[in-house]
Design a protein around this ligand. Structure first.
Ligand code: SF4
Length: 178
């Protein structure tokens, strides 16, 4: 069976109606700066495309070039945009003293000093240079650390170095398992 030649009527594209306004329309991402990043929520590590204009994030999407997610994001990752634009996000240190019924706003310096003081005093109480048989321990077993999947390799390295090699903490954990 031979293929029939298309008629002049079907092979000619008809002009479509348009307006100058529709010609001027473009993607909202047009002209935006693109920054590649990684979703902070879980250990899958999906690639993100972060679009910004005039220093403000305007959109976050899955990176189609990422071999991990190929442009897709789970519902949680699809809401990464709200990490930046969210009126409910707490941006200051909130502290509730023992037995208190309310939160207080504190400075970051105050919180860091407080954490350092508490780690120091706990370590002084928990440090064991030797076990009962005189074997060297240099271990701290009354402090533990729990990291999250948002931590990258370098941060985990620093945590291991500071708490393990530096302070002698034995219990160094991370929630990510992959
Ligand atoms: S998009 Fe979902 S699956 Fe991917 S890293 Fe984020 S939380 Fe994990």
């Amino acid at each position: 069976m031979s293929a029939s030649k298309p008629s002049a009527k079907t092979s000619t594209r008809q002009p479509q109606p348009f307006s100058p306004q529709s010609l001027a329309k473009g993607s909202r991402l047009q002209g935006a700066s693109l920054t590649h990043s990684v979703c902070p929520y879980c250990a899958v590590g999906c690639g993100l495309n972060i679009y910004s204009k005039r220093g403000e994030v305007i959109d976050v999407e899955g990176n189609p070039e990422s071999p991990i997610n190929e442009g897709t994001l789970c519902p949680k990752g699809a809401n990464v945009f709200q990490l930046v634009h969210n009126p409910h996000r707490v941006k200051t240190v909130m502290y509730r003293a023992p037995y208190s019924d309310h939160w207080e706003t504190k400075s970051l310096d105050w919180a860091l000093d407080r954490i350092a003081e508490r780690i120091k005093s706990a370590r002084e109480k928990g440090f064991a240079a030797e076990d009962a048989d005189g074997n060297r321990l240099n271990a701290v077993r009354n402090i533990g650390t729990l990291g999250g999947a948002v931590l990258d390799n370098e941060e985990n390295y620093l945590i291991k170095k500071l708490f393990g090699a530096g302070l002698g903490v034995v219990s160094i954990e991370n929630q990510a398992r992959i």
